[in-house]
Ligand binder design. Structure first.
Ligand SMILES: Nc1nc2c(ncn2[C@@H]2O[C@H](COP(=O)(O)OP(=O)(O)OP(=O)(O)O)[C@@H](O)[C@H]2O)c(=O)[nH]1
Ligand SMILES: [Zn+2]
Length: 192
């Protein structure tokens, strides 16, 4: 976990944004831009706040004993992240399924764990795997499956400029890695 960002560091980040704007030929003294470096610095700190969070604090002991062994699915958790290659947004939805083994977790905590890994510089594949791994680790579940669908602005507003492409990444752990029937059940449930 990274250290909290001080006001001094935010001012330093802002000074770098100001330098970039000047290098782009902008007049940083004009009315609309005077506060922009500071706004941009705060926005970037917010967009990367996952670095400074602790998953155990996020989970807040909301892991409960549970005897059931049926699949639990939370579908369409929206996320906003930044691609680590261009520092441009990618965003979309994550759906999580797990099969409990004596423990269940507060549903909101699954969404908070998605944000924990989204709010940083990422690639979609790694984010999907990290979400899967932490749920497996914290719940000691029989199995976890995570499917992520994302739109990458670096593929839309620049570069290859493909407006309709979406990227899907899937990660499995435990019984979901071994059983195509369980994976089919998960995807069947998502389609409803
Ligand atoms: N696998 C993966 N690739 C990503 C992700 N986000 C962005 N990329 C890709 O990262 C690659 C970086 O390629 P480079 O050739 O180094 O960079 P570039 O010249 O800006 O590439 P173009 O985007 O093709 O213009 C691009 O193909 C992006 O589409 C991601 O989450 N996962
Ligand atoms: Zn990119």
């Amino acid at each position: 976990m990274a250290a909290e960002i001080s006001d001094e560091t935010i001012r330093e980040i802002a000074s770098h944004y100001e330098a970039i704007l000047k290098l782009l030929g902008e007049d940083t003294t004009r009315e609309g831009l005077v506060k922009t470096p500071m706004r941009a610095a705060k926005a970037m700190v917010y967009a990367t706040r996952g670095y400074r969070q602790d998953p155990d604090v996020i989970i807040n002991d909301a892991v409960f004993s549970y005897e059931g062994s049926r699949m639990v699915i939370v579908k369409d958790i929206e996320f906003y992240s930044l691609c680590e290659h261009h520092i441009l947004p990618f965003f979309g939805k994550v759906s999580v399924g797990y099969i409990p083994d004596g423990k269940t977790i507060g549903l909101s905590k699954l969404a908070r764990l998605v944000d924990f890994y989204a709010r940083r510089l990422q690639v979609q594949e790694r984010m999907t795997a990290q979400i899967c791994n932490i749920i497996m680790e914290k719940l000691n579940a029989k199995g976890v499956i995570v499917v992520c669908s994302g739109e990458h602005l670096c593929m839309k507003m620049r570069g290859v400029e493909k407006q309709d492409s979406t990227t899907t990444t899937i990660e499995t752990a435990g019984v979901f890695s071994d059983s195509s029937t369980l994976r089919d059940d998960f995807f069947h449930a998502l389609s409803h």
